[in-house]
Design a protein around this ligand. Sequence first.
Ligand code: SF4
Length: 464
Amino acid sequence: MLDNFVSVAELERQASFCNKVRELVLGKGMLAFVITLGCQQNEADSERIRGILTSVGYTLTDDEAIADIIIVNTCAIREHAEKRALSIIGRYKHNKARNPNTVIGVCGCMSAQEHRSEQLKHSYHYVDFAIGTASLHRLPELIYNALNKGKRTFLLDEEKPQIAEGIPVVRESGHRAWVSIMYGCNNFCTYCIVPYVRGRERSRMPSDIINEVRELARDGYRDITLLGQNVNSYGKDLDGEYDIAYLLHEISKIDGDFWIHLMTSHPKDASDRLIEALSLKCCANHFHLPLQSGSSEMLRKMNRHYDIEKYLGIIDKLKKASPDIALTTDIIVGFPGESDEDFERTLEVVKRVEYDSVYTFIFSTRKGTPAYSMPNQIPDEIKKARFERLNDLQNDISRRKNEAMIGKIVRVLVDGKSKNNEKIYTSRTESNKIVHFESQEDYTGKFINIKITRADTFALYGEI
Ligand code: SF4
C-alpha cells in the first residue's frame, strides 16, 4: 500500500526545486494566473496549484494579461471541453510574444492523454510544460526547468499514479472547502473518459483526511465536501477496515459546527453502513445519487453495475433513515439505443423519487470511450426533445418542493452579497438550495436562520 504514495525522497527533491524557484521569483513581484475548466476535482486541484505557486513566491492575480506564469487546468469530459481548453491555451501565444519570459503550463485531464501531450509539445511551441493530473507535485521542478534553462517538459502520469501528501492549498472560499479523499476511478462507465485520464482508485489515509478536516473546522470552514469520483468505494484499496462510513464516524468526533457533503457517489457501492452514517450530526441532510437512466437495459449498456430495482431500493432506505433528506442526481438523455420506453422509465423514476434537483446531460460521443462507437446513436432533435421534457418535469417538481418550504425556517450558510443587487445576500441550505435575503449586516461565512417567504423553481427567498 505504501506504493500508493509519492516517496519521501521524491517530495524532498521537489522541496529542493521549491527553494531554487524561490531564489528566482521571490522579491520580484511576479504574478501567477490559474484558469480552471471542468469539475469540482479540477477546482480542488487548482487550489493545490495556487498553493504551490504562492509557496514558491508568486502572487496570485485575476489578470492574465500581466501574469508571469499562466497555468491552464483542463477538462476532457467532452470533445467540446478539449476544444475550449485548446482555444484558451491558444490565446496565451500573445502573452508569450509580448513577454517571452512568461511561463505557460497545462495540466488536468486533457494533458493527461498522450496524444494531447504530443500535440501541445509539437504544435504549441510557447507552452513550457504539460502534465497529467497525478503529477501536480512536480510543478516546482517544471517551473524551475522553464525559468532557469528555458527547458520544456511534457510528462504523462505514471502507469500507477500515486498520491502526494503535504501539498499546500490556497482555498477559493473562506467557509466552503473541498477535501479530496481519493483519486481515480475503477468503474469504466462506457460514456466516461475519467478512468483513462485519472487512473485507478487511490484512497488517502484516513488520518490525513481527518487532520485536514480538523484544521478546516478549526479555521472556521462551515461546509466541507469530501471529494472523489466515487466516494462510496473509499478505502477499498487500503489495508485495514476503512470505508466511507468509518471516515464519517471519525469526522463526527471533530469539534466544530460544519456540514459534510459527499461528491460524488456510485449506487453500486452505496452500503447500508453509509446510509446509517449519513444520520450523523455532521452530515448534511442531502445525498447525491447519480441515476443516469431509469432503464435497467440502458444502465447495463452504460456498464453501471446496478439495475433500477437496486437503485430504488437505496432511495427507499435513504428516505426511511431520514424522511426529509434532499436527494439530487445526474441523468443522461439520448444514450445510444435509448428507446422512447427507456426514456419514459427515466421520467417515471424522476416522478417517483421527487428529486430536489437533477443535473441533466445530453449524451454526446466522447472519442476513446466504448459509447463512441456504439450503434443506434440517437438523433439530436430526439435528444433535445427528451432533454426538454425531463427538465420540464423536474422544474415542476423543484418548484413544488420549493413552494412547500414557504413559511418554514431554514438554516443557511451565507456566501456573500448577490452579484446583481448590493442589498441582497446569497446563501445555501444544507441541501444546496439557494436562498436570497436582504440584510444590513454582513453574515458571510456564518450560519443563520431564514424564514422562507417566497419560492420559485431555482431559488428560495426569505428574511432573517
Ligand atoms: S463512476 Fe463512471 S461516470 Fe463516474 S468517473 Fe467513474 S467511470 Fe466516470
